[in-house]
Design a protein around this ligand. Sequence first.
Ligand code: IDP
Ligand code: MG
Length: 150
Amino acid sequence: MDRTLVLLKPDAVQRGLAGEIISRLERRGLKLAAMKMLLVTEELAHRHYADHVGKPFFVGLVKFITSSPIVAMVIEGENAVDVVRNTMGVTSPSDASPGTIRGDLALTIGANLIHGSDSTESAKREIGLFFSPGEVIDYTRDIDRWIIES
Ligand code: IDP
Ligand code: MG
């Protein structure tokens, strides 16, 4: 089963869209394997967006992602990385297809609601930045046992 990191950015939390976005991912068939709310530090932002250091939008991006609390999640499912990216829509909401999260709910590239890892390698690295292994649910180990015992 594949895993990916999803962040609901400050605009998603401030606009009260966290539930809507999580719901879209769940209805797609993806599962939540971890979730927390946090204020991203400058250091975490730099590590998470390391690939974008030096780009013209980098300073604004860090300022935005550290500006107010976000929701971080590990999302699990078959082809989770690609399915989440397709469900999000492309980076610029003005180009994102209707039916996608960005295409339905966002308008500007600086406030595009959601982050999803772009590859399984990125997912592994990014999950490690936000979660310790013990914070991520193992469905076969944790959930099935709970159902059987209850
Ligand atoms: P992604 O979030 O769709 O993977 P990336 O290219 O990884 O897009 O860029 C990371 C984030 O940086 C984007 O989600 C967006 O918020 C911001 N960003 C990317 N390109 C631009 C730009 O040209 N102007 C302003 N912000 C940008
Ligand atoms: Mg990206």
